[in-house]
Design a protein around this ligand. Structure first.
Ligand code: PLP
Length: 220
């Protein structure tokens, strides 16, 4: 099937609950343009440099999602144009996003990346850390960022039961956070979870944004 057909099929599978983010890391601009010409405008990259290079070459009405780990010293390169950052994993990073967004006179939508997998991974906040961040006085002052939801990555396993449980845990935490009082009003609407191998399970468990790469563009 073509790129456009893959996108149409997946969008039909996840609608109306979730939106598709086409993950284009390592794929050439020609492939992105194929999707763009079919009318698709929401792309995810996991590396800053690759996103900037593609941003410069592509039409400017694209919504760019940064889904991979973000180093504070690289925020300035994406702040002028990024649509959403999925990988906020510290207050320090959020403070830098706020600072760079202010310079661009923008408010940048962000997700807190929550650690949900069984396996040891390097990035993500624990539930306790996420609560502490949202309740901190420092967060109150960050007027150029908006926390609009949570992101999580399930364990890299064929065990669908375990993957489903991890998504359930993220949804449960999302619901808990949504009803938790914070100093500053926070409106959580997005749950970014689900990739090529597990997006159908993710949507069943409450995902609103699925990040799908290889099922659209082929193996990397
Ligand atoms: C690569 C990547 C994806 C997409 O993975 P596929 O298995 O190709 O769909 C999703 N989320 C993140 C954070 C990624 O780095």
């Amino acid at each position: 099937m073509s790129i456009a057909e893959n996108i149409a099929r997946i969008e039909a599978e996840i609608a109306p609950k979730a939106q598709l983010i086409a993950v284009t890391k390592t794929k050439p601009v020609a492939m992105l343009m194929e999707a763009y010409k079919a009318g698709f405008k929401r792309y995810g990259e996991n590396k800053v440099q690759e996103m900037v290079t593609k941003y410069e070459q592509m039409p400017k009405d694209i919504e760019w999602h940064l889904i991979g780990h973000l180093q504070t010293n690289k925020v300035k390169y994406i702040a002028p144009f990024v649509g959403m950052i999925h990988s906020i994993d510290s207050l320090k990073l959020l403070e830098e996003v706020n600072k760079q967004a202010a310079k661009c006179e923008r408010v940048i939508d962000c997700l807190l990346q929550i650690f949900i997998a069984q396996e040891e991974t390097k990035f993500g906040l624990s539930e306790e850390e996420a609560v502490a961040l949202l309740q901190s006085a420092a967060f109150d002052g960050l007027q150029n960022v908006r926390i609009v939801g949570l992101m999580g990555m399930a364990s890299n396993t064929d065990d669908a039961t375990q993957v489903r449980q991890e998504f359930k845990n993220l949804k449960r935490f999302f619901d808990k956070l949504s009803s938790m009082p914070t100093h500053r009003a926070v409106q959580l609407t997005e749950i970014s979870m689900g990739m090529s191998g597990d997006y159908l399970i993710a949507v069943e468990e409450g995902s609103t944004l699925v990040r799908v790469g290889s099922a659209i563009f082929g193996a990397r």
